[in-house]
Design a protein around this ligand. Structure first.
Ligand code: AMP
Ligand code: GLY
Length: 421
């Protein structure tokens, strides 16, 4: 197969690494990719959001399968455009991608199908949002409806903070994503994520992870795209996993099919494990970043066969197997992230770390300059390590982090440290 991966972050590096190892994949391309991906795939200098150019390129190069990593091209209908042009694609079409693209759609969908989630109100003007905040009272969650790269959510501990968040959203703090705002019940518990590989009718458990979304140690500071993760999620025991599959994943697949918008791709269920059982915090319609960088290194089954099977309705014939090790990933971000990451600082020591057993450094916001790797984004690297248990994996990951010479980096020192269970 000739496979094109769309995207250029750490998640896409993890997808490319898995596909590069697949005996089914003869040629691998990535648009736009990054310097880490360049070692495994041929880079195509097209932006992940340039739908017409990607469709044209895939057709002209006889690509057999396009794997779309990020949410924005999915929400914009890249899969629809590829399929209309006769190119097979892995990922949900535009209608199914609304599960992530509109939090209001997702909440209404859960209500229609009895899927456990936070109680909520959808508000399209500031006055009604202020009323909803007043009615619920703090703690309360205020969220932008649309895609805001993990940054459009305020968990307000007091009413003033919630009202300020409403004002900020309607003043355009999240751009168009904040034109509609959700005011939600604040769920209390431990967070974890479960992924499901879906072919429209069937879902296979595609692993679990626990992300660390706040910038600082001890879950302090602003929300980010994710500062590190561990897989499997320590808090998701077998029984809870079974409940999530039965109470959330299966009704989601069935509901989407019944509504005429079957879900194909990776369904990411962001969960709060509450005293009343697991509840859905959010759907994403693709692998997480950095969750992919800790889930995929544990996958034993051929990723090429799985993604191919999900697009041809052949999942029923496939089994998934995992390595028993735990994987911990530590994100190295650029000083100034998430607001205003600095750019251009050189990173050294990556070649030495590449020699370490059971450690992989995934590139995200890097660039190549005069033969050196430099920082070129917010989240720059994810250092993932496998170990016999959480402690061994995190010891190995942090040991590798210390060997990377990059003074401008910021990272959390407590990834996977707080065993939530
Ligand atoms: P989301 O982008 O919707 O996942 O929200 C980002 C983060 O905000 C989540 O990972 C949670 O930590 C928090 N959050 C979102 N919704 C709620 C909720 N209803 N109750 C408590 N925390 C929430
Ligand atoms: N790490 C959270 C996400 O990918 O949305």
């Amino acid at each position: 197969m000739r496979v094109l991966v769309v995207g250029g972050g750490g998640r896409e590096h993890a997808l490319v690494r898995g596909l590069a190892a697949s005996p089914l994949v003869d040629e691998l391309f990535c648009a736009p990719g990054n310097p880490g991906i360049a070692a495994l795939a041929t880079l195509v200098p097209l932006a992940a959001e340039d739908t017409p150019a990607l469709v044209d390129w895939a057709r002209r190069h006889a690509v057999d399968l396009v794997v779309v990593g990020p949410e924005r091209p999915l929400a914009a209908g890249l899969v629809d455009a590829l399929e209309a042009a006769g190119v097979r694609a892995f990922g949900p079409d535009r209608a199914a991608a609304r599960l992530e693209g509109s939090k209001a759609f997702a909440r209404d969908f859960c209500r229609r199908h009895g899927i456990p989630a936070a109680d909520y109100a959808v508000c399209t003007d500031a006055a009604s949002a202020h009323r909803a905040v007043a009615a619920r009272g703090a703690p309360v969650v205020v969220k932008a409806d649309g895609l805001a790269a993990g940054k459009g959510v305020v968990v307000a501990g007091d009413d003033a903070e919630a009202h300020a968040a409403v004002d900020a959203a309607f003043a355009g703090a999240f751009g168009d994503a904040g034109a509609t705002v959700l005011v939600e019940e604040c769920l209390v518990g431990v967070e974890a994520s479960l992924f499901a590989l879906c072919d429209g009718a069937r879902a296979l458990d595609f692993g679990t992870a626990q992300d660390h979304k706040r910038l600082g140690d001890g879950d302090t500071g602003p929300n980010t795209g994710g500062m590190g993760a561990v897989s499997p999620a320590p808090a998701l025991d077998e029984a809870t996993r079974g409940r999530v599959l039965r109470e959330i994943v299966e009704p989601t697949l069935a509901g989407m099919a019944a509504e005429g918008t079957p879900f194909r791709g990776i369904l990411y269920c962001g969960l709060m494990l509450t005293a009343d059982g697991p509840k859905l915090l959010e759907y994403n319609v693709r692998m997480g970043d950095p969750e992919a960088q800790v889930v995929l290194p544990r996958l034993m089954t051929d990723l090429g066969r799985l993604l191919d099977g999900a697009t041809t309705g052949a999942l029923g014939h496939l089994d998934l197997h995992w390595y028993p090790e735990t994987c911990v990933g530590v994100v190295l971000a650029n000083r100034g992230y998430p607001d205003a990451p600095a750019a251009g600082s050189p990173i050294a020591g990556l070649d030495a770390v590449a020699e370490l057993a059971d450690v992989v450094v995934f590139h995200a916001g890097t660039a190549a300059r005069d033969g050196a790797v430099v920082a070129a984004g917010g989240r720059v690297l994810c250092v993932s390590a496998l170990g016999a248990d959480v402690a061994a994996a995190r010891g190995r990951a942090y040991d590798a982090v210390e060997r990377i010479t990059w003074p401008e980096r910021i990272f959390r020192r407590d990834i996977a440290a707080a065993r939530a269970d």
